[in-house]
Write a protein that binds this ligand. Structure first.
Ligand SMILES: NC(=O)C1=CN([C@@H]2O[C@H](COP(=O)(O)OP(=O)(O)OC[C@H]3O[C@@H](n4cnc5c(N)ncnc54)[C@H](O)[C@@H]3O)[C@@H](O)[C@H]2O)C=CC1
Ligand SMILES: O=C([O-])CC(=O)C(=O)O
Length: 336
């Protein structure tokens, strides 16, 4: 009786061999603060069939550990010391998630990371352009407002650029906004967050949340908290880095959206992408509402007409900041 119950339980937990599609996901920076829990969450995702982990060091240990989890995917782990380690990680990848690079310490802005992270993202993007130009790139490394233009320029130079496939991951801003209003609202709902991923460029659209009534003071305080949520974590970690666990959750959620879209689902998401929405202002990248399908971005939706005057003002103020970061990223690749 007990044996039968156990067998039934094990069978129920086993992965279904009928699961469709082959989906390889690569994580670059897999041994880091974000990389490890992100790899764990991706290993738990039944849509992932191959999980390729790469870092400059420590990846074999992470791969061996995560690889013992009895879900569907096969795990490989390479470091910079392995011959063709990066290439082998990227071969056949459908998604490449990039959390490689240094995190902030208290007192730093995300832009202060530019000098170190710009070349890391440039070199990893170059490897992607050579080995898996058709893969979707999910860029987590900061400053996102500049690293996405960097990856874009690398792909353009390599002649393989498709704006549908390069995403700056801003999902953590949505996760925070959703969590920060959950107690007041009594439920967890999606909150659209648009703009970019640094300070005042992060714009939560609380006006779009049904049933949420905020005073002006509450709205201003909540908006500020979302815009500077990253600083809250950096301060609390007190020199030991920035958000890792919540970022892994948000990154895994965004990766899952893309995998669901690949499997034929209609998916609405928010991400920092190439768009003509602010072409008249000379801005090329903006985080906004996107419909995704198996090819990546299927449609970029305009901001809802019903956003508040307060939110319109936030968008207006973000544009010069976004343009500066975009120009810095673009110039970096042009000059190197
Ligand atoms: N987009 C977002 O919402 C968020 C972005 N971040 C950013 O993510 C990045 C990573 O943060 P953490 O994981 O906390 O840092 P971490 O320092 O713990 O991990 C970074 C990993 O990248 C690896 N790495 C460095 N150069 C590499 C290269 N060339 N190739 C492969 N791997 C390389 C390191 O060895 C390390 O294991 C930071 O830039 C941080 O600012 C962090 C939180 C949220
Ligand atoms: O604040 C940071 O440096 C990390 C980050 O992007 C975030 O937590 O939103």
């Amino acid at each position: 009786m007990f044996a039968t119950r156990c067998a039934a339980k094990i069978a129920a937990r086993s992965f279904s061999t009928a699961a469709p599609l082959q989906s390889k996901v690569a994580v670059l920076g897999a041994a880091g603060g974000i990389g490890q829990p992100l790899s764990l969450l991706l290993k738990a995702n039944p849509r992932v069939t191959d999980l390729g982990l790469y870092d400059i060091h420590n990846t074999p240990g992470v791969a061996a550990d995560v690889g013992h989890i009895n879900t569907r995917s096969i795990v490989t782990g390479y470091t910079a010391k392995d011959a063709d380690g990066l290439k082998r990680t990227l071969q056949g990848a459908e998604l490449v998630v990039i959390p490689a690079g240094v995190p902030r310490k208290p007192g730093m802005t995300r832009d202060d990371l530019f000098n170190t992270n710009a070349s890391i993202v440039r070199d990893l993007a170059q490897a992607c352009a050579e080995t898996c130009p058709e893969a979707k790139l999910l860029i987590i490394s900061n400053p996102v407002n500049s690293t996405v233009p960097i990856a874009t320029e690398v792909f353009k130079k390599a002649g393989v650029y498709d704006p549908k496939r390069i995403f700056g991951v801003t999902s953590l801003d949505l996760v925070r906004a959703s969590r920060f209003i959950a107690d007041k609202l009594g439920r967890v709902v999606d909150v659209p967050v648009v703009g970019g991923h640094a300070g005042i460029t992060i714009i939560p659209l609380f006006s779009q949340v049904e049933g949420l009534a905020l005073t002006n003071d509450e709205r201003a305080a909540l908006t500020h908290r979302v815009q500077f949520g990253g600083d809250e974590v950096v301060k609390a970690k007190d020199g030991a880095g920035s958000a890792t666990l919540s970022m892994a959750f948000a990154g895994a959620r965004f990766a899952d959206s893309l995998l669901r879209a690949s499997a034929g689902e209609d998916v609405l998401e928010w991400a920092f992408v190439r768009t003509d929405l602010f072409k008249n202002e000379g801005l090329e990248f903006f985080s906004t509402y996107i419909k995704i399908d198996k090819n990546g971005v299927k449609e970029i939706l305009p901001l809802p007409a019903s956003i508040s005057e307060y939110e319109k003002e936030l968008v207006k103020n973000a544009i010069p900041e976004l343009k500066k970061s975009e120009a810095k990223g673009t110039a970096f690749v042009a000059g190197n």
